[in-house]
Write a protein that binds this ligand. Sequence first.
Ligand code: NAD
Ligand code: MG
Length: 383
Amino acid sequence: MKRIALFGSTGSIGTQALEVVRTHPDLFSVEILTAQSNADLLIAQALEFDPNVVVIGDETRYAEVKAALSSTNVKVFAGEAAIEEAAAMDCYDMMLAAIVGFAGLRPTLKAIENGKTIALANKETLVIAGEIVVKKSLENKAAILPVDSEHSAIFQCVVGESRNKVTRIILTASGGPFRGKKPNFLVNVKRDHALQHPNWNMGAKITIDSATLMNKGLEMIEAKWLFNLRSDQIEVIVHPQSIIHSMVEFEDGSIKAQMGLPDMRLPIQYALAYPQRIGNAFPRTDFRKIEKLEFEEPDTRTFRNLYLAREAMEKGGNLPCILNAANEIAVWAFLKNRIGFLDMMAVVEKALEQVKFIEHPTLDDYFESDAEARDFAASLIKL
Ligand code: NAD
Ligand code: MG
């Protein structure tokens, strides 16, 4: 029995993880559930899965959650600090890190220091502070297993290949809802259109990141740290069908690809059950129904975020942290209809130019750079 702590249980990844757990009660138990503000769903999840602990980030919802669970043995806590404290508990084996954005960093670091295995959905953690996160995970023997579908694909391709040299990885990108569109179209795009992803149903932030290609930018940086690669070994190709989830090339030129229907439950389940593969009733791939598999170069002139992310990855230091922070503010402002689609990329570019560069940041430097980049981005947007 693997004891799971689900951080961000009410989100897209969190709820799909609970679907996996629900169908395998013999393999998994849920020990911790955390959510930011969706008290109703958190309560329903706690009543169903009977965890040890639940934490609601928004303290104004504490009384409600506490009252609803008063007839159970579930311990209820509230607030940002309580989320981090829950990660330091001993009652679980594996954290599924499914909080969105910078807020996921501290609890995940705490779980790593606590020696827990991390099933990592929160890519921002590695983007912000990859070097420190990886170092701590090695020191504490806390394995990091990818949940992101591309990284799960790469991971599945390299299992059993530990003696063999990877020469290149090829990250596939769907291209998002605006593939092929140009600035004259994008300038007028509004949030509701951008929230309609062709292949995946995800939380709002990552859906916008997919539309601007920032998601793929973040994923390049995530891959660099997860698989210990140089920037020039990481390639991105647009593959609109999202059947090949990513590929790995080895020294002999042979390429392995991992394929399947776009369904996040699969990579989630792979990480939760690793090193085992377990059965499920998810829809199967029928190649007769897939007319073609297409590949094209990403348009980094229009979708500048991908270019900016590569620059940040290559120059390193605190630049990926600045990129992420400015992007979080920009996406938030776009979702509130405060700025346009192309403005998001302009905000990120200005932040990379203007916020103080630190070549060898400490963890505190990352927290400071994050705050500085957020303030800078907010001042540009005049929030
Ligand atoms: P989501 O918005 O659907 O869910 C986010 C979860 O985090 C919710 O449970 C929410 O309560 C919690 N949360 C939000 N803000 C918080 C805060 N400030 N403090 C504590 N908790 C907070 O997001 P999602 O789509 O499930 O994505 C989660 C993470 O997984 C992201 O980092 C995303 O990039 C990554 N990811 C998601 C998908 C996907 O298909 N959704 C795929 C790959 C990677
Ligand atoms: Mg992905």
